[in-house]
Design a protein around this ligand. Structure first.
Ligand code: GUN
Length: 294
């Protein structure tokens, strides 16, 4: 059997187009142009590439970008000063501080100082708590993208056995909460989990977010399962070039799974599309407008 390849690029393009339609409608009807502030501290090459893609997507969706690039030696207080200004700027509806931050800045302190209403990353403890309580919340973009891809395959996730490998605040934990909200039966696994292969073998839905290149082998996967690979790992390739691989050994998994996301072109594009959705939602909520169902 060869798995169906889940085309995250195409799904993300559809989502971005839907956001652009709504953004145009809201601008015409209410004069509201959603604004997203993206803050990069330092010169991490991968982070630079990510924030560049985010800003381009914001413009394409008919929203307003506010880009800030601060030097690597920026202090926590300087960054908090900028966050305070953005919290008070009515034209800014969403604030994203790209992670990781340089070591002198405590990311948790920065995140908790972002206005929760503008927290389009969904990382603020208030939004994390609302998500865990089943209340409406701005939810983290990568997990939301994972759910949309799984639903593109299954329709309903109700009653399915889901295994999430990874327990980060950015992906693993919120993904588990979202899956519970979809009535899946959820197990969270991590680096100390015993018999990971045995656990994976039970999963109808397997989500890999551990940041270890090609760690999950094809033989661990239940035949016919849906595999969503969140990993983005740069490894040495042929001829001295590097290549990007996921947390799942794709070449093995594609022969066993029922459906699988490629890396690149799976979850990655969905993250940016879901960021646009969150920015649109945040802008509507701040303006007291109904939140579009996208
Ligand atoms: N770094 C890696 N992923 C993310 C993300 O989703 N949001 C932010 N702010 N930083 C990241």
């Amino acid at each position: 059997m060869t798995a169906r390849i889940i085309d995250g690029k195409a799904t993300a393009a559809d989502l971005r187009a839907a956001v652009a339609v709504e953004a145009r409608r809201i601008a015409a009807a209410h004069g509201l142009v959603p604004g997203l502030a993206v803050v990069l501290v330092g010169d991490n090459a991968a982070s630079k590439a990510y924030v560049g893609s985010k800003s381009r997507a914001v413009v394409e969706a008919g929203m307003r970008p506010f880009d800030f690039h601060l030097p690597v030696a920026t202090s926590a207080n300087e960054l908090l000063g900028l966050i305070g200004e953005l919290n008070n700027d009515a034209a800014v509806h969403g604030i994203l501080v790209q992670l990781p931050l340089p070591s002198q800045i405590d990311a948790a302190r920065i995140i908790t100082n972002i206005d929760p209403a503008k927290d389009v990353d969904g990382f603020h403890p208030l939004n994390a708590g609302r998500l865990a309580s089943g209340l409406p919340a701005l939810a983290p973009c990568t997990p939301v993208g994972c759910i949309k891809l799984a639903k593109a395959v299954h329709g309903s996730l109700s009653g399915l056995d889901a295994v999430v490998i990874g327990r980060s605040n950015i992906v693993g934990k919120p993904l588990a909460q979202l899956l519970l909200g979809e009535n899946a039966t959820v197990t969270i696994a991590h680096s100390r989990t015993r018999d990971l292969a045995g656990l994976c073998a039970r999963a109808d839905l397997l989500f890999a977010a551990i940041g270890r290149p090609e760690f999950i082998r094809g033989g661990w996967i239940r035949p016919g399962a849906t595999v969503i690979d969140v990993g983005i790992n740069r490894v040495a390739g042929d001829g001295g070039k590097s290549r990007i691989v996921g947390d799942v050994c794709f070449a093995e998994a594609v022969a066993v799974a029922g459906a699988i996301t490629p890396v690149p072109g799976g979850v990655g594009p969905m993250t940016i599309a879901c960021l646009l959705v969150n920015t649109l939602r945040a802008a509507c909520m701040q303006a007291g407008l109904p939140v579009p169902e996208i």
